[in-house]
Design a protein around this ligand. Structure first.
Ligand code: LMR
Length: 394
């Protein structure tokens, strides 16, 4: 049987991560996978997370199963974090999931259960795992224009033109903030136009929010998702704690589904529990419990918020430093877009050939579509990157 398995196309992010690990050069720089690194090049356990882990270790008396959707206090904490008081919490069905990927996966599975012929609209480009999961689940996908390679900003008119094809029941996948892979984001006016269009067409939004707190701030980054959830009759939100709590390997995330009608909330709730049961029975608990402990304790929460803000500001500082270095070396302002982008990523908008040269000649690892992880830089590596970018002629 095994010989009949089709070969698998490797995910380009994970493939590059391995290539980086295999590279023996000491001076190599990893700007591939989306992981924050501090000035010493390490991805630290956040202070509040470490303290919460200790508390959980001391106080936890059992490892018995939680519930199929996870611990209700985690869900309450996540609903408050992502949605604030934008919608009554009684209108939210939820499930804890293994990371944001797990949330996207059961969200798409539920969409498929709701009707075989639903189409999922995804931005071009998007996180490569979106199309992979959509295809695997067996839904039709449609791309909409998103990024203007000339301006390195959102191609909003192209996007809205393509979204004219949306019809009732279609799903529109949006990035809540910090678009991955481009770093280019809708402004509030554009968000409102997208929301109006969703309402006019009867499409259902699926928001992937994996970088809350990495763009303009915790509340600011959730603003569009909250507005959307409060405006449409139904929406799905896949939230990840991997980045903003730095709990990447703990696989901590949640799917939230907002519905105005109580009977719909109940039906979605039983569906999400069933999907969790069929996929993995119970979602992972450790990361969720740690996140809940942080969010429910005033002192830990304040410390987490402060550290997250340090991370966010350091990324903004690195963007400014890089733009300054590139201005100095290239004698032009053509890289100013890097300071406009938000979140971990920026798409340089250059060719795979030049990205290959950065890797081969300079040991700098960037995804082939020219997505660069700004959070992988530090004050010392920024000038090295800037030199290399100018030298290869990006
Ligand atoms: C990324 O985009 O690099 C991260 O979300 C990690 C991943 O799983 O791809």
């Amino acid at each position: 049987m095994f010989e009949t398995l089709p070969p698998q196309e490797p995910d380009k992010i994970i493939a590059l991560m391995q290539q980086f690990r295999d590279d023996p050069r000491e001076e190599k720089i990893d700007l591939g996978v989306g992981v924050y690194k501090n000035d010493d090049g390490i991805t630290p356990v956040m202070r509040a997370v470490k303290a919460a882990e200790q508390r959980v270790w001391e106080e936890q008396t059992t490892k018995a199963y939680t519930g199929l959707i996870g611990d209700p206090s985690f869900m309450e904490a996540m609903t408050s974090l992502v949605l604030g008081d934008a919608v009554p919490h009684s209108s939210v069905a939820w499930a804890g999931t293994p990371g944001g990927t797990g949330a996207i996966r059961i969200g798409l599975e539920m969409i498929k259960m709701a009707g075989q012929d639903r189409r999922v609209f995804i931005s071009d480009p998007t996180w490569p795992n979106h199309p992979s999961i959509i295809d695997y689940v067996g839904l039709e996908r449609v791309s909409y224009r998103y990024f203007d390679n000339a301006t390195r900003a959102v191609d909003f008119s192209g996007m809205m033109e393509d979204l004219q094809a949306l019809k009732a029941g279609d799903v529109l996948l949006l990035h809540g903030c910090c678009h991955n892979p481009t770093g280019a984001n809708l402004n509030p006016v554009e968000w409102q136009m997208v929301i109006d269009h969703i309402i006019a067409t009867g499409a259902v939004p699926l928001v992937d929010i994996a970088y809350q707190g990495f763009g303009d701030g915790l509340e600011e980054d959730a603003a569009a998702t909250r507005k959307l959830a409060a405006s449409v009759p139904e929406c799905l939100i896949a939230a990840s704690c991997s980045k903003n709590f730095g709990v990447y390997r703990e696989r901590t995330g949640a799917l939230l589904a907002v519905a105005a009608e109580p009977f719909r909330v109940a039906r979605v709730q039983e569906t999400l529990a069933a999907l969790n049961r069929m996929n993995y029975s119970f979602p992972p608990d450790h990361g969720a419990r740690v996140v809940t402990t942080v969010l429910h304790d005033a002192a830990l929460r304040a410390d987490w918020t402060a550290e997250l803000e340090e991370v966010r500001l350091s990324m903004l500082g690195l963007r400014e430093q890089l733009v300054g270095e590139l201005r100095r070396l290239s004698g032009s302002d053509r890289f100013a877009f890097l300071a406009q982008h938000r979140g971990m990523f920026s798409r340089l908008g250059t060719t795979p050939d030049l990205i290959d040269r950065l890797r081969v000649e300079h040991g700098i690892y960037i995804i082939g579509d020219s997505r660069m992880n700004v959070a992988g830089l530090n004050a010392e590596t920024v000038p090295i990157l800037a030199e290399a970018i100018v030298q290869v002629g990006v």
